[in-house]
Design a protein around this ligand. Sequence first.
Ligand SMILES: Cc1cc2nc3c(=O)[nH]c(=O)nc-3n(C[C@H](O)[C@H](O)[C@H](O)COP(=O)(O)OP(=O)(O)OC[C@H]3O[C@@H](n4cnc5c(N)ncnc54)[C@H](O)[C@@H]3O)c2cc1C
Ligand SMILES: NC(=O)c1ccc[n+]([C@@H]2O[C@H](COP(=O)([O-])OP(=O)(O)OC[C@H]3O[C@@H](n4cnc5c(N)ncnc54)[C@H](OP(=O)(O)O)[C@@H]3O)[C@@H](O)[C@H]2O)c1
Length: 451
Amino acid sequence: MLRIAVVGSGPSGVYTAEALAHQDAVPDVAVDVLDRLPCPYGLVRYGVAPDHEKIKSLQGNLRRVLEDPRIRFLGNVAVGGALGPDALRSLYHAVVYCVGAATDRRLGVPGEDLPGSDSATRFVSWYSAHPDEPPDEFALRARSAVVIGVGNVAVDVARILARGGEELRRTDVPDAALRALRESRVTDVHMVGRRGPSQAKFTTKELRELGALPDAEVLVRPDELALDPAYADPSGLPAVARRNVAVLRDWAQRGASGRERRIHLRFFLRPVEVLGGGEPGRPGVTAVRFERTEPDGQGGVAGTGRFEDIEAQLVLRSVGYRGVPLPGLPFDTRRGIVPNDEGRVLRDGRPSPGEYVAGWIKRGPTGVIGTNRPCAKQTAAALVADTALLRARDLPGDPLDGLRVLGAEPVEWSGWEAIEAAEAELGRSLDRTTVKIADWAGLLTAARPGP
Ligand SMILES: Cc1cc2nc3c(=O)[nH]c(=O)nc-3n(C[C@H](O)[C@H](O)[C@H](O)COP(=O)(O)OP(=O)(O)OC[C@H]3O[C@@H](n4cnc5c(N)ncnc54)[C@H](O)[C@@H]3O)c2cc1C
Ligand SMILES: NC(=O)c1ccc[n+]([C@@H]2O[C@H](COP(=O)([O-])OP(=O)(O)OC[C@H]3O[C@@H](n4cnc5c(N)ncnc54)[C@H](OP(=O)(O)O)[C@@H]3O)[C@@H](O)[C@H]2O)c1
């Protein structure tokens, strides 16, 4: 039996487990998928926006993989500390780290830690019911919010802010977040890019969705599109940028229609400071100062020395995610990944037998769910090719016993099913569909119902 631990049950972990279970070269494979959370699916459960039901339903596909008899889900197992890479290697022939990119990138500007200024990562975790995020973290008393960055995560948070809470009632948004979103006073959301519209990272389907919100309208300034030389003749642009520019051009030509909420899409503004003030004893964000930029002719931008302040009582920086080092594993601090060669972890530049990576911790924090599948297949193929070397080591019996000896209290698949049942019941009691449980105690109690 080749015993493998996959650390992380997001898309890359599940696709790695699937590729290992479904290959023919090594018949006897047992894969444990460990996750620090009691719930599987990583960012598909705790990142994909609640109003994207179709993408959320991918959880069904991931579920089928985790129900394969060769694969065992063990939640509530945080790798690190006593359960670090050395300990795992003593229990398994091989370990594949699929731990994602858990934290946010920072802006590095004064004021970014003022009350009211936060990361989109935390805001997403909050409305996704991640148990590390307090359920009442965001009160949404702001009238004006600034979202810094123009990637798909920025689009998600801008859209959630601009949707009325009522529209999210039929989703699995936790109850406290739904209440805050219903009572939200936000009327204006400014989503701001430091470069031009043709360089925005969002995709066209996600962009268009902003224009289809029932109670919000999108406002684009024609002069900010005109600043982009690629806007004049978009024919040479990549297809996605061409489509984005066409949508933005269309919106720029429309006038305001007087809806309840507005999403202002802004470009060529680089954040230089988050400004604070507010009442004595209650300091908070009041605005973000931006420097107007202009194209430098090489895909970047240069400052112009002209500044603009956008009023905001809530600032969410959405400038990308970042991998977190796992003690005992090498880490490339510049790229925020574990150094690797096609998935084989490199220690001092050489492949380390039995240690692998897949997903965002292997490639960096870009790519959609599907991108992780070929990435995971590549890693699984490297592991399978190394099998003879890996199998040479004798291991003690069932690794689950070893995990318990090391202090872990795993939530097994039946525990996860009990959480699902409790969330369905919570939904019924609130006259909603399934509603997520948003705290550790609630999840662990649900996973281990008493006698
Ligand atoms: C906010 C947001 C929304 C997104 N929306 C979409 C979308 O709508 N459509 C789309 O196609 N893509 C979307 N993506 C991209 C997609 O989610 C990623 O490509 C994908 O989740 C990356 O997979 P991963 O397995 O590498 O990481 P993750 O999904 O982050 O999974 C990592 C897992 O590792 C676990 N873990 C971390 N550390 C440890 C540890 N020490 N011990 C044990 N377990 C650990 C975590 O709990 C987590 O479950 C979105 C991304 C974000 C950030
Ligand atoms: N629906 C979906 O399919 C979906 C939803 C969410 C996420 N995702 C995927 O998940 C991945 C991560 O998304 P993301 O939005 O976090 O990252 P992203 O796509 O890399 O976008 C990051 C944005 O932040 C900007 N930025 C970076 N540093 C900045 C700074 N110092 N000041 C101002 N702006 C800065 C970037 O601008 P520059 O370009 O100028 O650097 C860019 O606009 C992406 O691959 C995304 O497609 C997909």
